[in-house]
Design a binder for this molecule. Structure first.
Ligand code: AMP
Length: 394
């Protein structure tokens, strides 16, 4: 990797601005429901504490749309982070203010200060130059450890790099290394499992992976547009009409290259989009007109499992069905079990897929779980991430 890392610089007694991704999910009462992102940020913070740096942390939380939103203050995050580090976190009520500047001045080595939600300020998302400069003025060095936001051109991700030396944090470095190794010389057969609801999010990845993967296994809501593109009737199943032609092209490209793009042979269909709807399993050419497909069927599961058992590398993004509902979880659950039974190196990404591997208690048997859904897809699409590009070269 040609970008400088936190390990390439001297951080002792320096003020380090660390852009972390502490955008954790919250319930209606504002409680954190999953701390994965907080835990993922710990190695860099620990490293800085051990190396006597003065630490300024900043993140966004939720979608406040450039305005103050009481429920999206960083306070619960500060408490959770403090517990993990067993250390006091000084939580600020602003991103930039005289109080913040004074607190920063008084920081001692090993101290940690957490700024308020960056997205309370509209200038964060607009990558405003003055805001970027103000953020940069707080510190001597900038560290990007927010892999999950690195596809965004925001002030704390890109603009700030213009004004102070800027390097990768440990999480960002690990994410980039793991995903790059998937693209460079993966062991074959390389099987990509794609599901979830939106094709438009994933089609770029499919195209970019065309040269490295051997087989794509498709499920979830997205597979119905593929099925329709080659003439199947899909009833009321999810359809992205404007992707039909593109899907057909992708299938043709796979065929031309002699690679497999597998689609379901049978599916579980429901009369309504409801957890307790009437349901039945049908062959793919028999989807009734006003029913909709919500999971892959048993024959498809068996075929997909065979491919998974042969694989040496697996990338999984997107559930095979509406796994949140018991009646339609079988496909996703069986695929999760097959993955951990296989001998393959496995990489899992995307919020719902991570939720699925946790639900079926297989997360700790996966080789690598990438924290950045959108960012990892962009990276695997071959798109240069602007916030990584903005960092200093070695
Ligand atoms: P994505 O964010 O694109 O990965 O989509 C994840 C969501 O897709 C999950 O919430 C699933 O419930 C949903 N999903 C999976 N299969 C289907 C399906 N056949 N029809 C509608 N939604 C689905």
């Amino acid at each position: 990797m040609n970008k400088k890392s936190i390990k390439d610089i001297d951080v002792k007694n320096k003020k380090i601005f660390v852009r972390v991704d502490l955008n954790v999910p919250l319930d209606d009462e504002g409680n954190i429901t999953d701390e994965t992102r907080i835990i993922a940020s710990l190695p860099t913070i620990d490293y800085l504490i051990k190396n006597n740096a003065k630490i300024i942390l900043a993140s966004h939380l939720g979608r406040p749309k450039g305005k103050f939103v009481e429920k999206l203050k960083m306070d619960p995050v500060a408490i959770a982070l403090g517990k993990h580090l067993d250390k006091e976190i000084k939580k600020m009520d602003y991103v930039i203010s005289d109080k913040v500047k004074n607190e920063v001045k008084d920081l001692r080595s090993g101290d940690i200060l957490l700024l308020e939600n960056l997205r309370f300020d509209p200038r964060e998302k607009s990558n405003d130059d003055n805001f970027s400069r103000e953020l940069a003025k707080l510190a001597d060095i900038y560290v990007n450890d927010a892999f999950g936001t690195s596809h965004r051109k925001h002030a704390s991700m890109v603009g700030i790099c213009k004004y102070i030396p800027s390097v990768m944090g440990l999480l960002l470095e690990k994410e980039l290394r793991s995903l790059s190794s998937l693209l460079k010389k993966p062991k074959h057969p390389f099987v990509t499992i794609l599901g979830g609801s939106k094709i438009s999010d994933k089609i770029g990845v499919v195209r970019n992976l065309l040269n490295v993967v051997d087989t794509v296994i498709a499920g979830g809501g997205m597979c119905y547009t593929f099925l329709k593109s080659i003439g199947f009737e899909i009833g009321n199943s999810l359809l992205e009409e404007d992707m039909l032609e593109y899907c057909k092209q992708v299938l043709d490209e796979f065929k031309d290259k002699g690679k497999k793009f597998m689609l379901p042979e049978d599916v579980v269909v429901a009369k309504e989009f409801k957890h307790d709807s009437i349901l039945k399993t049908v062959n793919i050419e028999e989807i009734p007109e006003d029913w909709l497909g919500l999971d892959i069927g048993p024959r498809t599961i068996d075929k997909y499992k065979e491919e998974i058992m042969r694989a040496k590398t697996i990338l999984w993004n997107g559930p095979m069905g509406v796994f949140e509902w018991e009646s339609f979880e079988k496909g996703t659950k069986e695929i999760a079990y097959a993955i951990i039974e296989s001998k393959a190196k496995t990489v899992v990404g995307g919020g719902d897929t991570i939720a699925a591997v946790k639900k079926y208690s297989v997360a700790d048997k996966i080789s690598y779980i990438t924290t950045g859904g959108g960012a990892s897809l962009k990276f695997l699409e071959g798109v240069k991430l602007p916030a990584v590009e903005a960092l200093n070269n070695k």
